[in-house]
Design a binder for this molecule. Structure first.
Ligand code: ADP
Ligand code: MG
Length: 615
């Protein structure tokens, strides 16, 4: 061998860390290394099959597309090779060692958080290759790219810090990986074990897998079969294969149609959503096929972005086999397929919500962020997506959820609108002043706990002909006034108090008026117009300027003892009355969840206390 071409390189830092963990692992599910290597081989073969459709200049054009595994018990060795696209020297160095994958970092974090238990998820983080070091003390990989000018090369590593790359002559196209097994991993040089593992994890690999020359998998495109021809176990195994996953899917939709297009789809909702734990944006997970030939892996185009959590396969006879990635994006046909499948899938979720409410609830807990993303941003499917939304409400038990449809069914005949209110928690919402009138009138209010909910509902405007109204907005149009507040004080006195309050609070209030919504609180603030208080809260978060609150409407409750006494106090001690008025206003801001500058308030509180303690 020409030693001048030999290079020793350091693994990228996070990969080093990852290898450290992998090498020292004593995990019981070490066998998943085989699934990872087979999945890489299958990927390389799929890519080659695709390139072959439009490219003639391929090395060893007639080599059969397959995966072979050779076992050597005596030498304690396992060799796996494929006739896929192979790698050039540059690709090799990049793919296996020097480039930091976002996945390696995320995986390290996940391992740390799960107490190191979940190493079998390694493939989902895009670093599956390194799982070879769970069972091997040394890995030798030789590869030759399909491109005619490419040279073969060899990659060797013991997984500790560095690897070497050198030239390798006279290779056929593809990749061959030899694992020198650890002494405690002898089981992986035995054919019966390897066959069992392949059956368990890799039955659906769409290329022949041979073990010591004997073909062991049955290649099945189960999505092209009818539902009654496929068993539960097959579905489950297929999911594990396609999602590179270890657990069972939450939902499965197997769907075939001939009109308006011929489409076969098998889609799964995974058991969990790692994006919600902050592991970065999920890659789309649906592969696009035409008559069982893979056209595009993890297609960006076949489902909308907000369905990126879905795993599975879409197969359409109508797709041209040699469609390019660029054409895919603006192909009218692809968007047609996307619309059909998306509509069908959202309908499927609505059906599941009816049929299996408990399971749907679990789905909602884990995946609602995607449904909300769609409802907020994608008008094409909005009407259907709205039906999937779930909220707690004043009529649900804590932790139980309801839909807009159920809300409407519970509405009383004279109730005109659907009400909702935002707050950080059920408790915060229920202890605030805005619900008082609704409680008194026995009107249900939905609790939205995320800003995006309010965004969606306010943009939607109405549902089934009923207006959607934020319960903290100015004009509520509730049927009649609250009995309790009426004629509690002479009208002139209230008028004088209101005017005095307006004068005293100055620019902070645009208007002071008698509230129709208060029962137990002395006062509440409202935003003029259609802005809800929750919108104000959001704006305050963005602005970060506490003094930048726009003028508010102060609604007072004339029946409340504090308001009554305040009216009298103006005569006897205007100084104290002013302080009380400021304090009432600040309390109302705090009840609204708005932030105030505490320094003024604390100072004022001391002054009030001083007065109170005088007596
Ligand atoms: P992933 O498969 O998720 O990309 P891996 O760590 O399993 O992550 O593999 C890293 C990369 O190495 C692959 O994306 C691929 O480019 C390359 N690779 C691995 N095995 C093979 C192979 N048998 N043939 C060609 N390329 C391969
Ligand atoms: Mg892989």
């Amino acid at each position: 061998m020409n030693s001048t071409c030999q290079q020793t390189m350091e693994f990228q830092a996070e990969i080093k860390q990852l290898l450290d963990i992998v090498i020292n692992s004593l995990y019981t599910d070490r066998e998943i290394f085989l699934r990872e290597l087979i999945s890489n081989a299958a990927d390389a073969l799929e890519k080659l099959r695709y390139i072959k459709l439009s490219n003639d200049k391929i090395i060893d054009k007639d080599l059969p597309l397959e995966i072979s595994i050779e076992l050597d018990e005596e030498e304690n060795k396992l060799t796996i090779f494929d006739t896929g696209i192979g790698m050039t020297r540059e690709e090799l160095v990049e793919n296996l060692g020097t480039i930091a994958h976002s996945g390696s970092k995320a995986f390290l974090r996940h391992l740390a958080e799960s107490g190191g238990k979940d190493i079998n998820l390694i493939g989902q983080f895009g670093v599956g290759f390194y799982s070879a070091f769970m069972v091997a003390k040394k890995v030798v990989l030789v590869t030759r790219s399909y491109q005619p000018e490419a040279e073969g090369c060899r990659w060797v590593s013991e997984g500790t810090g560095s690897f070497t790359v050198s030239e390798e002559k006279e290779l056929h196209r593809g990749t061959k990986i030899t694992l020198y097994l650890k002494d405690d991993a002898k089981e992986f040089s035995k054919a019966e074990n390897i066959k069992r593992i392949i059956k368990q994890y890799s039955s659906f690999v769409p290329f022949p897998i041979k073990v010591n020359g004997e073909k062991v998998n049955t290649i099945q495109a189960i999505w092209t079969k009818s539902k009654n021809e496929v068993t539960e176990e097959q579905y489950e195994e297929f999911y594990k294969y396609i999602a590179n996953s270890y657990d069972k899917p939450l939902f499965r939709m197997h769907f075939t149609t001939d009109a308006p297009l011929s489409i076969k789809a098998l889609l799964f909702v995974p058991n969990d959503n790692y994006e919600r734990f902050g592991f970065g944006r999920m890659e789309p997970g649906v592969n696009l096929y035409c008559k069982k030939v893979l056209i595009q892996q993890q297609s960006e185009d076949i489902l909308p972005q907000w369905l990126r959590f879905v795993r599975g396969v879409v197969d359409s006879d109508e797709l041209p086999l040699n469609i390019s990635r660029e054409n895919m994006q603006d192909s009218a046909l692809v968007s047609k397929i996307r619309r059909v499948i998306t509509k069908r899938f959202v309908k499927f979720l609505n059906e599941q919500a009816q049929k299996e409410p408990e399971k749907y609830r679990e789905f909602w807990e884990k995946f609602s962020m995607f449904i909300k993303e769609g409802a907020a941003a994608d008008y094409t499917y909005r009407d259907e997506l709205i039906k999937l939304l779930r909220f707690e409400s004043s009529k649900t038990d804590p932790g139980k959820l309801t839909s807009l449809k159920e809300y409407v069914e519970r509405m009383k005949d004279d109730q005109k609108a659907i009400y909702y209110i935002n707050g950080p928690s059920r408790k915060a919402i229920e202890s605030g002043p805005y619900l008082e009138v609704f409680r008194q009138k026995d009107i249900e209010v939905l609790y939205t706990q995320e800003a995006v909910d309010d965004y969606i509902l306010s943009h939607l405007g109405e549902f089934e002909g009923k207006k959607l109204i934020s319960a903290d907005q100015e004009n509520l149009e509730l049927t009649d006034d609250l009995q309790k507040n009426k004629e509690t004080q002479p009208e002139e006195k209230i008028k004088a108090l209101s005017e005095w309050l307006k004068k005293t609070l100055g620019d902070k209030v645009s208007e002071v008026k008698v509230s129709k919504r208060l029962v137990d609180s002395p006062a509440v603030i409202i935003s003029p117009g259609h802005t809800s208080i929750s919108m104000e809260r959001m704006m305050q978060l963005v602005n970060k300027d506490l003094n930048k609150i726009s003028p508010k409407i102060l609604e007072i409750n004339p029946g409340h003892i504090i308001i009554k006494r305040l009216a009298d106090l103006i005569e006897s001690d205007e100084g104290l009355a002013k302080m009380a008025a400021e304090q009432i206003f600040d309390n109302a801001l705090l009840s609204a969840g708005l932030v105030i500058d505490p320094r003024d308030m604390i100072h004022r509180m001391y002054q009030i206390l001083e007065k109170a303690l005088e007596k």
